[in-house]
Design a protein. Structure first.
Length: 614
């Protein structure tokens, strides 16, 4: 459900505004009303850019920690706790990290250049550039050439004192020694040597490696010593950015002497806020909430529905005048996931992995992963139960194991393909009717009971027709009861689809609504066939991998089991990955398209974000 919000206005003397913002932040429950900025946005943009730089370096340092842990093995270093850090210290630390990272990039470029020069000189062998200088002082010029081996003229050896140095495949490397004023005239490509000789290049490469290692050590030390301190600096910037944004949404009144701010707060906390502000001498006034207000959304659901809030948020938050869809989609999504995955073994694996990670690895997992583990547990348990409808367990059939308890269960829950096909359609019809009921409830809340009569008429018509088709003994199709209910439904559909308008316009709109319902409803219900199809295809693929493992197993006591296990592991891993992906995507599609459409869900709300210390 959506938490009820109250709207407040705050009027503060300009010299007391900063202490007031501090007090408001201490309360930590007011969502500041956003509006067109009335001040200079430069400060906010600067803080945003600084945080972007910082987040990039935090990811870089976290990667450094992981690399160091892999290298250290069991002797892992523990990151130092966060220390109190000022904005200036944080900025200086960030600049230092960026400078070291830039130096590492320059060192990498230098290393590549030195390695290239060393590779170029390696074909000429070891020699000292000082020897070339001495020959030049004596009046001789040494030139270096390369040419195809077949293109070397032996006459060059006498005419230009050509000396063959080395040959790499068909390329010949040679040099000439000629008087300084008589350069050789030969048809070969002259080579320009690097600035330094091979020994100097090696010395510089060794120095570069030592300097790079020193920079890496320093950066790794900073990753462990300063990581949490930089995260506290990130919180500091976040708090300053929040305050800067609040100032942008503040109006100035009475010749800039007063500051006017509006905000939202949950009704359960408004008394606490009023008392705190009154004690500090600040004025606040409760305002009337109008339909035009863009009220922030905060969910308050039970423990089960709360697990599915991340899925609900993937679409759009509801508007304040709508109902929260999370409690309605939660049970359907759980069952749909289980039917799509459809293998008890896969469900048991998900349940065990999520439970193990929750019990033994919770502290090591990222903050974004930990809240998902209970959801994975629920979805794994759902798959474990839904898999019993077919008996699938890693591509085998549990009802062929000869276990008495499973034999008893087989007669209770086992379903054939036709039964599961009909169950998928029935679930689709139930969810769509559920959505239509939600649509009627929303219209009652927003506009009044009369505006929901048309939707109620469709529900009466569809439910009565479904009951007549499935239970003809209770109410036969086109019997008295069915026709009476259909007549009531027709009146509601054609005369109350748009209350307050001309009766003939209502009838015309009712006909159009009936056409859309007749053409769209069938397609919506048939979309739920994917619940049956995905579970069936996953089970078939699992059986295929089992057959491949036994059929391709070599007739060897040692190699045979190894090959069989490898095929089973790779095959089932691929099948689990593809089926879990499908079991997430397709129920989401059924929820966000078929269910939300028939529920009249519009969404577009914004999240409740209180102004508080981070």
């Amino acid at each position: 459900m959506i938490v009820k919000m109250s709207k407040y206005a705050f009027v503060v003397y300009h010299r007391e505004y900063e202490p007031f913002l501090k007090q408001l932040r201490e309360i930590g429950a007011v969502h500041v009303q956003e509006r067109k900025p009335v001040g200079d946005v430069a400060e906010s943009q600067q803080l945003l850019a600084e945080r972007k730089r910082l987040r990039t370096q935090l990811l870089f340092l976290e990667k450094r920690q992981n690399e160091a842990w892999k290298a250290d093995g069991k002797n892992r270093r523990t990151p130092a706790p966060a220390r109190r850090i000022t904005k200036e210290e944080g900025a200086a630390l960030l600049n230092e990290i960026e400078q070291i990272a830039e130096r590492l990039i320059r060192q990498q470029t230098l290393r590549q250049s030195l390695e290239k020069d060393a590779a170029l000189l390696s074909v000429w062998g070891e020699f000292d550039y000082a020897s070339l200088d001495r020959l030049r002082q004596a009046g001789y010029e040494v030139a270096f050439f390369t040419s195809p081996a077949s293109g070397f003229d032996t006459a060059w050896e006498d005419r230009y004192h050509a000396i063959r140095i080395s040959q790499v495949q068909s390329t010949l490397y040679f040099l000439t020694v000629t008087p300084e004023n008589a350069p050789p005239e030969i048809s070969a490509e002259r080579v320009r040597l690097p600035e330094y000789d091979l020994s100097e290049l090696r010395r510089r490469m060794a120095a570069e490696r030592e300097y790079t290692a020193e920079l890496n050590r320093k950066l790794t030390d900073m990753a462990f010593h300063d990581f949490h301190s930089l995260k506290s600096y990130d919180n500091l910037l976040l708090n300053e950015a929040a305050a800067a944004n609040v100032r942008l949404y503040t109006d100035s009144e009475a010749d800039d002497k007063l500051r006017l701010l509006e905000g939202w707060i949950p009704v359960t906390q408004e008394k606490k806020m009023e008392q705190a502000l009154a004690a500090a001498g600040y004025f606040s006034r409760k305002l009337e909430v109008t339909p035009e207000d863009d009220v922030p959304i905060q969910f308050r659901n039970n423990a089960f529905s709360r697990l599915f809030e991340p899925i609900s948020r993937l679409y759009m938050l509801p508007r304040y005048s709508e109902l929260d869809m999370t409690p309605f989609l939660a049970p359907f999504f759980m069952v749909f996931f289980g039917l799509c995955l459809g293998d008890s073994g896969y469900g048991l694996l998900l349940l065990l992995v999520a439970t193990g990670a929750k019990l033994f690895m919770s502290r090591k997992l990222p903050d974004s992963i930990r809240p998902v583990l209970p959801l994975v547990q629920v979805l794994g348990a759902s798959t474990l139960c839904c898999g019993l409808l077919t008996g699938a367990f890693f591509g085998t059939n549990v009802y062929d194991w000869g276990i008495p308890a499973l034999d008893w269960l087989k007669g209770k829950v086992l379903m054939g393909n036709h039964e599961r096909f009909r169950m998928a359609l029935l679930l689709g019809g139930v969810q769509i009717l559920f959505g239509m009921g939600r649509k009627g409830a929303t219209r009652i809340i927003q506009f009044g009971f009369v505006h929901a009569l048309s939707t109620i008429g469709w529900i009466i018509l569809l439910v009565s027709t479904g009951v007549a088709a499935l239970f003809p003994g209770v109410a036969p199709m086109f019997g008295t009861v069915h026709l009476a209910l259909a007549g009531v439904a027709a009146v509601l559909i054609f005369l109350f689809n748009s209350p307050g308008k001309n009766i003939f316009l209502n009838i015309g709109l009712g006909v159009w609504d009936a056409y859309n319902m007749a053409t769209g409803l069938l397609g919506d219900v048939l979309s739920y066939v994917r619940l049956f199809a995905l579970g069936l295809s996953g089970g078939i693929l699992a059986g295929v991998f089992n057959s491949l493992a036994t059929g391709m197993r070599p007739d060897n006591a040692i190699l045979g089991p190894v090959v069989m296990v490898l095929i089973l592991l790779i095959g089932h891993a691929l099948n689990i990955f593809m089926n879990v992906l499908g079991a997430v995507v397709h129920p989401m599609r059924l929820t966000f398209v078929e269910f939300f459409k028939n529920a009249g869900y519009t969404g577009g709300g914004k999240a409740y974000q209180p102004f508080k210390w981070n």
